[in-house]
Design a protein around this ligand. Sequence first.
Ligand code: CA
Length: 228
Amino acid sequence: MAVKVLIVEDEESLAIMLQYNLEARGYEVEVAERGDEAEEMIAENRPDIIILDWMLPGVSGIELCRRLRAGRKTRLIPVIMLTAKGEEADKVRGLSTGADDYIVKPFSLPEFMARLKAVLRRIAPERISDVLEIGDVRLDRETRLVKRGGREIRLGPTEYRLLEFLMERPGRVLSREQLLDGVWGRENYIDERTVDVHIGRLRKAMVHGKEKQLIRTVRGAGYAMGKK
Ligand code: CA
């Protein structure tokens, strides 16, 4: 599952450069030019991480960061602030409003990627690693190969995405709605029972003989995989 990045930057050339390079590395990218526009986009489609320019038309980056941290649904989204040289003195203020990191402009692409990965690694390590492992199940994102105890498991594309989505969030109980949004995409109007059908197929494919069932049904809540 691609990591969703929202870039909030009114400097068009910089936004385009970041978008291009992130998309080339498999990230899913959206760009907002204004702070208020970004707020709407975040409410509609929650990003995994936000790259937030300090100086923005509409709502400023610092104000937006403060609002995100105050919001129940947005307070945990990692934020990297971009500041221009000279605004550096403000970085302390930026971090105190809850940004996870800041980068001073101008910066190089390798520097940017390193900082982005460092924040993701700290906050959501499962989202960027090439190999996901839970118990004896191993999913390799590069080769799209799934193995259990060394045995290869063949999955259809939907079951693969479902498994990846669950393994990226070990121990978390995911509702049918969250699974629909994450695996099928929110534009698709699919019945929630479809999730049960595909979970059923996935379970069947993953269990051989006396092997333990790794996907738990949490009554009235949804499904989870991995540590409780
Ligand atoms: Ca700016």
